[in-house]
Design a protein around this ligand. Structure first.
Ligand code: ARE
Length: 485
């Protein structure tokens, strides 16, 4: 974990008591788990920080893009900026500011999705969400073709990227017709830095740089150099076979999203080959751990169905358990809404404002979600339990690994043990562990209530855990959750 990843916001006082006298406080350096609350309004994120994210131990939240955008009901209108006014269908500037304050009070940092590579992809004139007029290459008072603010690569009739194997096209042509900013000019760099600085002035802690692959790394570096030192930056650079623009080119600027992890864990879990989990994050096609942010899915892979998602139920949970258990990279839990149509936006009112997210009770892998319903993966019992597990193990490295058929286990120092079963039959096993002797609650099954574990307590004797793991589930023990308290 890079130093820049350590949360700078003080953790709130624990709201739930540890489960027993032997419970051990979370070590320093914990709370590194983030959650992408896709298309959540600012008001809903504020409430979620206070009521759930902070108490559950999430360290930070990634929002959807906050700037003024084109009109339309689809989710992706957010990725077509019209101006940098902080007025969107997710909320106003005042609501955004209040959300950041509420999250910080709950010990949760806020990262905003920064769309800085391009403006709109609309060929016709229009008006944005906040009333700003625009045309494809003219954004009054901000950018214009006359000022040289846009690239026109001259490749093909529409200036669109036609080959990702050509770095010039990737960084100077248009991504799906989106007007491509000439980020090499000082004028454009100043304008983008001013937008990001405005967000920082509201307390935002850092940024996901959308479509970073499409900005030359030196242009992005010049923009980031205009921001205060320590601003958290994570670049979206998807590794593509044989492509000249690579994630490694962006690691000097900050951290980078590692798309390979979600892809590989998907194949592994779908194939029932959890014993291969030890190899996740190793090898030359992975970013170094201290630069990598990992996720099972994001809003794009959820729609392309290229990774596991909420519809995959138990397998999706297993992948999330692995992500939260590993010491490779920095994990991001994804939380969105149910959909059938790839383009469908979140539920909106008649004026187009997104309605505040509501998490129905119960939420989880066995619930059937109807279109538009908030899936609230971050509140699923197993995922929330593993966020607490990760906070308890802190920076302890992966120690012992164990495998048997479809089952896989790993320890994190002397603080935690996870045993996963990717197969179709129950696993009953004696798993070596460095946890001290005692009886532990399985936090994947849920939090202890009145001192009673939600699942079967697990005994550890002489460095061996005696576990039973149902098919396609996991058992997770940590020092902060002893049984029988
Ligand atoms: C929409 C319409 C288009 C229309 C356009 C302009 O769908 O038909 O032409 O508007 O009017 C999102 C949506 C897009 C949407 C866009 C703008 O996904 O559908 O277009 O918003 O509203 C590449 C990029 C990567 C990018 C992915 C999607 O490298 O950066 O494509 N991901 C981010 C976001 C997206 C967002 C954008 C960028 C744009 O996460 O949500 O788009 O802001 C290989 C390559 C990858 C490539 C991938 C897919 O794997 O290696 O680099 O990713 O193929 O092409």
């Amino acid at each position: 974990m890079s130093a820049a990843c350590t949360t700078g916001v003080p953790a709130p006082a624990a709201t739930s008591a540890p489960t027993g006298p032997a419970a051990v406080a979370a070590p320093a350096g914990a709370r590194d788990v983030g959650v992408q609350l896709f298309q959540w309004t600012w008001d809903a994120i504020a409430a979620e920080c206070t009521d759930h994210l902070g108490p559950a131990g999430y360290g930070w939240v990634l929002t959807s893009p906050p700037q003024e955008h084109v009109l339309g009901s689809q989710w992706w209108t957010a990725y077509q900026p019209v101006s940098y006014r902080l007025e969107s269908r997710l909320g106003t500037r005042a609501q955004l500011s209040a959300m950041v304050a509420a999250c910080h009070a709950a010990g949760v940092e806020v990262l905003a999705d920064a769309v800085v590579n391009h403006m709109t992809g609309k060929d016709a004139r229009g008006t944005g969400w906040a009333g700003s007029p625009y045309s494809h290459y003219d954004y009054p008072g901000i950018w214009s073709d006359a000022a040289g603010d846009f690239h026109h690569c001259g490749v093909g009739p529409a200036d669109d990227i036609s080959s990702y194997k050509d770095a010039f096209q990737v960084q100077s042509c248009e991504l799906v017709n989106l007007a491509d900013l000439a980020t090499g000019t000082g004028r454009v760099q100043d304008g983008i830095a001013a937008y990001l600085t405005d967000l920082l002035s509201l307390g935002v802690d850092g940024f996901r740089i959308d479509a970073a692959k499409h900005l030359p790394a030196e242009d992005l570096a010049a923009i980031v150099a205009r921001l205060p030192a320590g601003t958290r930056i994570v670049s979206e650079v998807i590794r593509g076979t044989g492509e000249p623009v690579t994630p490694e080119q962006y690691t000097a600027i900050g951290d980078v999203l590692e798309f390979g992890w979600g892809k590989d864990v998907t194949g592994m879990v779908r194939g029932g080959s959890l014993r291969l989990a030890a190899g996740l994050g190793t090898g030359s096609t992975y970013l170094p751990s201290d630069k990598a942010w990992i996720f099972v899915e994001n809003h794009d892979t959820e729609r392309s169905r290229s990774t596991l998602g909420y519809r995959d139920g138990a397998d999706y949970v297993l992948a999330n358990v692995l992500m939260l258990a590993t010491d490779y990279g920095r994990p991001i839990v994804y939380s969105g809404y149910a959909f059938t149509d790839r383009d469908a936006g979140p539920v909106q009112d008649a004026a187009g404002k997104v309605l505040d997210a509501q998490c129905a009770a119960p939420v989880g892998p066995d619930v059937t979600y109807t279109d538009g319903e908030w899936v609230c993966q971050h509140r699923w019992t197993a995922i929330e339990g593993m966020v607490g597990w990760r906070d308890a193990v802190g920076d302890d490295p992966v120690g012992d690994r164990w495998e048997d058929g479809d089952a896989f286990a790993l320890s994190r120092g002397t603080r935690g043990l996870v045993v996963l079963n990717g197969g179709d039959v129950e696993v009953a096993a004696q798993v070596p562990t460095t946890l001290s002797d005692g009886s532990y609650c399985d936090v994947v099954a849920g939090p202890a209530v009145d001192g009673r574990c939600a699942g079967d307590p697990v005994a550890v004797r002489d460095g061996v855990a005696d576990v039973r793991v149902a098919p396609h589930t996991a058992v997770a023990l940590h020092v902060g959750a002893p049984a029988g308290a």
